[in-house]
Write a protein that binds this ligand. Structure first.
Ligand SMILES: [Ca+2]
Ligand SMILES: [Ca+2]
Length: 72
């Protein structure tokens, strides 16, 4: 039971961290990071890598996709 609580707390903190990261990149306030927004922070970012991060291929990195990316 304690493990379940620990995992839940861990997942919540990762989600919070990813949300903070996404918000940090977000310039237009839509809560998601576009390729151009990420390029401001990471001019070296390859479009190929962005496409890999963008698992639902909508052209934007949401919190969930950011969480997967930062967990690499
Ligand atoms: Ca945005
Ligand atoms: Ca996406």
């Amino acid at each position: 039971m304690e493990n379940v609580i620990l995992v839940a707390a861990l997942a919540a903190s990762v989600a919070y961290f990813a949300n903070a990261v996404t918000t940090k990149f977000d310039r237009d306030g839509d809560g998601m990071a576009s390729l151009s927004e990420l390029l401001i922070a990471y001019p070296e970012l390859k479009e190929e890598l962005f496409r890999e991060m963008d698992t639902d291929a909508d052209g934007l990195i949401n919190d969930e996709e950011m969480a997967i990316a930062v967990d690499l």
